[in-house]
Design a protein around this ligand. Structure first.
Ligand SMILES: C[S@@+](CC[C@H](N)C(=O)[O-])C[C@H]1O[C@@H](n2cnc3c(N)ncnc32)[C@H](O)[C@@H]1O
Length: 375
């Protein structure tokens, strides 16, 4: 198996390298309107934004920033296949302008636009990001009628273009079954509140990730596993440091990324070079967690009914019998801005012990497996 990953350092308002209906999934996080760190990025794309902000005209500033994003959402609708999902991570903003402290509800503005564009709006995920910062409470302290609740969450908006995707041929059906996730993963991934508290921001240099507001690897990794199958093409129109591309590599999907800031090109390249083999830890960790789950479940409720055809361990449902995971074998740059990735399949973990203690020991031997990862 092989995948390709393409990086295009251009404005995503025109996805001119992409054909109509060529994309299977979008996972992205745009710059957040009305959050100060992104003012300059928006103003460079529409200079009137700087003027609106200077004049305290928050209504027009908010609208002008969103109208840049609107053009991207419209392009997504063009390039996505029927039945494809789009997952958009966005936070609301709070800001004082003209001495008025207000919430700017980015998530509802984007939902409204995508609804108007013809996307089906699906239940969203609240990504809880608890903070312990000493200044987290704003306003009048302990005195009533002047304090504000703290924003400690962001959103993952979920949309679909058109009706449910159809997997018609026997090959498509098998590929879908091979791309399935574990029963216990379904139970936590498809909850509407995600809490990644406590996970280490494990990749890349922290300063760069802060500057680019990168999301944690697990966010695109989960979404890609939830909403696409092996060999699909995932698009991130706001690529930043390339987290979505990394997650697509780890999950055995192709990817395309657009990014307006060309200075990220060198960082994306460096990060993929540095992380390419660490990526296998995520799927190893999924296996490890599954083996632990099966033992604990068996102890409490009796053995699981089915056996996985590739790994030989028990699984909860018939749908997981063909579940497969892929492991990166090699990453090479075949052209400037295009990577080719080859994979090991289940043979990467052949002789996987199905006993919990042995599994732990075996997997621990794989260099760099991180105990604390939440998958
Ligand atoms: C929130 S960051 C994305 C971070 C990314 N998810 C990561 O993990 O690194 C948003 C990115 O969108 C880029 N951007 C802003 N406007 C753009 C546009 N019109 N087209 C393409 N990229 C754009 C910014 O330069 C920034 O890198």
């Amino acid at each position: 198996m092989e995948t390709r990953h393409k990086f295009i350092f251009k404005d995503a308002r025109r996805l001119s390298h992409l054909d109509n209906e060529s994309i299977d999934l979008v996972v992205t996080s745009p710059p957040y309107p009305m959050i100060e760190m992104w003012d300059g990025v928006f103003a460079r794309q529409n200079p009137r934004i700087a003027q609106f902000l200077e004049e305290g005209d928050y209504l027009n500033a908010f609208e002008a920033m969103h109208s840049i994003l609107d053009d991207v959402w419209q392009e997504l609708f063009r390039v996505m296949k029927n039945g494809a999902f789009a997952c958009i991570n966005i936070g609301d903003a709070t800001r004082t302008i003209n001495n008025r402290f207000q919430l700017f509800a980015n998530h509802s503005r984007i939902q409204k636009k995508c609804f108007e564009l013809g996307f089906d709006v699906l239940p969203l995920i609240l990504w809880r990001k608890q903070t312990n910062a000493p200044n987290k409470f704003m306003g009048s302290g302990m005195l009533p009628a002047g304090a504000y609740v703290t924003l400690e969450h962001e959103y993952i908006l979920i949309f679909r273009k058109g009706k449910k995707r159809i997997f018609a041929s026997p090959e498509e059906k098998l590929n879908r079954r091979r791309s399935s996730f574990f029963w216990e993963e379904r139970n936590s991934w498809f909850s509407d509140v995600w809490d990644f508290k406590g996970i280490r921001q494990e990749m890349n240099d922290k300063e760069l990730r802060d500057r680019s507001a990168a999301f944690p690897f697990l966010l695109p990794f989960r979404l890609i596993n939830m909403y696409s199958v092996f060999g699909d093409t995932v698009l991130d129109p706001f690529l930043g440091t390339g987290t979505t591309a990394l997650a697509a590599i780890a999950a055995g999907r192709n990817s395309v990324g657009y990014e307006i800031d060309e200075s990220f090109a060198v960082h994306v390249k460096k990060m993929i070079e540095k992380e390419k083999f660490n990526l296998n830890n995520y799927n190893l960790q999924r296996l490890k967690k599954h083996i632990i789950f099966t033992e604990e479940y068996a102890k409490e409720k009796g053995p699981l009914k089915y056996t996985n055809n590739y790994f030989g361990f028990p699984v909860m449902t018939r749908q997981e019998k063909d579940l497969m995971l892929v492991f990166v074998k090699n990453v090479e740059e075949i052209e400037n801005g295009i990577l080719k990735v080859s994979y090991f399949e289940h043979d990467y973990v052949k002789n996987l012990p199905i006993n919990k203690d042995a599994a732990l020991e075996h997997l621990e031997l794989k260099r760099g497996v991180q105990q604390s990862l939440v998958i």
